[in-house]
Design a protein around this ligand. Structure first.
Ligand code: CAA
Length: 295
């Protein structure tokens, strides 16, 4: 099945990035948010990205206008009734996700595919609120931040996901101009299972004063060709998110490498959550990383 009409629930950083990519790929995109203010903020983020593209001469005005017409907002689940695919991108709280999926299951057609963009919960945990006929059409579709730039999407199958659904999702990811990998429905999937212990280890190195934050980041950036060093990237992801992903992985595997270091807990407790609060390992001026802060 070729995905033509897609619903996105949640228009935060991830939801708006997914909506942006789908609208650019020619899909009719319906974004559902909880209230007018959140919806306006999410849509403005997407329009802002396109407007900056036009201002830089990277996007033609006609192209931008066409993409804008592909993008619609709603506050009501029934507006998503005709969608071929709905991707949920709301906060990582199982109770909220279960409510959302129960609503979606009620309003969507029988052939619609339901996906979650969760990065830390199990996809199969959503199954109990779905009708049995929907289970083969439930999967994970895990995008990376910033969605418009990162070329990977993990596709997560449960034991019930069928081959048609996986083929449709692979085709959809390709339509977005991205590459998919199949990942197991296990905590952290593939990328976070490997990435998170590395980032936590860098924090332990900072804690043990192995090197300054800047030197740790410069070492991995220039020594290994990473686009960002590990503390910079942790700030970029959000230190509260890092802590909660670490807790999920440590609960699941019990290995010390997944344990949140005490420095991470202290930074989160101090409200230094990284880019989103203007301070973490670094001070941030909006999107721009500034000097390292005392630890
Ligand atoms: N949205 C859209 N476009 C963006 C963007 C954003 N938020 N941020 C940067 N870009 C674009 C810029 O416009 C620029 O485009 P052009 O070259 O066409 O002008 C391009 O990306 C490069 O940006 P910059 O020159 O400003 O900066 P950069 O070269 O340092 O790249 C970066 C920025 C793409 C974020 C890069 O540093 C990078 O790849 N960092 C690593 C990000 C990463 O690892 N993400 C995964 C996080 S883990 C995760 O998401 C999973 C999870 O579950 C926690």
């Amino acid at each position: 099945m070729d995905i033509q009409r897609i619903g996105i629930v949640g228009c935060g950083l991830m939801g708006s990035g997914i909506a942006q990519c789908a609208a650019e790929a020619g899909c009719q995109v319906w974004v559902k948010e909880a209230d007018e203010a959140l919806l306006a903020k999410g849509l403005a983020r997407i329009h802002g990205a396109w407007d900056r593209g036009v201002a830089k001469g990277k996007i033609q005005e006609a192209q931008r206008n066409e993409w804008r017409q592909n993008l619609h907002g709603t506050l009501a689940f029934p507006t998503l009734a005709e969608c071929d695919l709905v991707v949920e991108a709301i906060p990582e709280r199982l109770d909220l996700k279960l409510q959302t999926f129960a609503e979606l299951d009620r309003v969507l057609g029988v052939s619609a595919i339901l996906c979650t963009n969760t990065s830390s919960l199990s996809v199969a945990q959503i199954s109990p609120v779905l009708a049995p006929h929907r289970l083969p059409r439930l999967a994970g579709l895990h995008f990376f931040n910033p969605v418009p730039v990162m070329p990977l999407v993990e596709i997560i199958r449960t034991l019930a996901t069928d081959e048609d659904t996986l083929a449709t999702l692979r085709g959809f990811v390709q339509k977005l101009g991205k590459t998919s990998v199949m990942a197991p429905d296990a905590p952290g999937f593939v990328v976070n299972r490997l990435l998170v212990p590395y980032l936590l280890d860098a924090m332990r190195c900072a804690e043990q004063r192995l090197a300054t934050a800047e030197d740790l980041d410069t070492a991995m950036k220039l020594g290994c060709g990473h686009p960002m060093g590990p503390l910079h990237l942790s700030d970029f992801i959000g230190l509260d998110t890092m802590q909660s992903v670490a807790e999920v992985l440590f609960d699941a595997f019990g290995e010390p490498r997944f344990k949140a270091p005490s420095l991470l807990r202290q930074l989160v407790a101090a409200g230094r959550l990284g880019r989103k609060t203007g301070s973490g390992f670094y001070r941030w001026d909006g999107e721009k990383r500034m000097e390292a802060l005392p630890l």
